[in-house]
Design a protein around this ligand. Sequence first.
Ligand SMILES: [Zn+2]
Ligand SMILES: [Zn+2]
Length: 323
Amino acid sequence: MARFFKRAPAPPPAEPKSRRRDFSELKPDPDKIGISGSVPFVRLPEPGTLFADRAARLRAAAPGHPLEAYLLFVAAVARAQAVVQATCPPPAAPDRADLALRAEHGMPLLSRHTLEADPGFDGCLTALLAELDLSAAPEASQAARSGLLAASREDRLDLAVQVFEGALPVDRIAECVFVAAALQVRFAEAAARLDAKTLKPVADGVCPCCGGAPVASVVVSWTPADKARYLSCSLCGTYWNHVRIRCTACGSGEGISYYGLDEVSKDVQVETCTTCHSYIKHLHQHQAPGLDPVADDIASYGLDLKIAEDGFRRAGLNLLFVI
Ligand SMILES: [Zn+2]
Ligand SMILES: [Zn+2]
């Protein structure tokens, strides 16, 4: 049964339409962002294993789970991502001068221009749609696939730009899941080709590679430092360092608490902030190395339901589980 939860003040006003920030206003401040300096700032994604591992994790979590059907659906999406990642030609290397300029101005190195300049994106998306096994999926998902395949290339790219910007049209959410899946493949590949040494902190809760929002906070096991904490990007899969006990949404170190639920794995908690009333999943990968930010965020949905009752809003973004 539920435990720990306490009452919180009323939630803040509705979020702005886009989840992306205007980076021209930001002034990177590593001290404020809290980079510890003793651990690698980023770990770039490994697209060759990322999606297959995620599919396996989802399939393992599904049997008997209250969200079994949805976990299997996302497992089918992740399997299709693994197939197209392995078979579609990767995106071209980003323009070096553009990368240098963006780094100089403290901006994420990849942008919507990366997407608009990628001639292979549409082929990746349509290949993913063709690869998907939706035999057990709800009718809405099958209709979304048919609708996307029937749409023009321009319409698919326009929707992809909206998903990249974090401004998902509510009447096209089922299509957005498939578009996001293709974006994850392309941006994981693009991020994997960046030079990790050129990446710098941008702002709290902003991926230094692509500007995406984190899906979850992860205490990792793969650095020599004890219990180093990273955020995992919802779009490109990059992990970037974020100091512990600091809100990922507003940067406050005050009023941070951690909660779990008996019916959810003890290795998955939520980190809540009473300054901005947001929360994010907090995964103890150092205790359970198989935890996957996207898969285990969905599998721990019971935590979302419970913490929402107490007035907290989600700071994390899971593009395959838009709630
Ligand atoms: Zn990213
Ligand atoms: Zn906060």
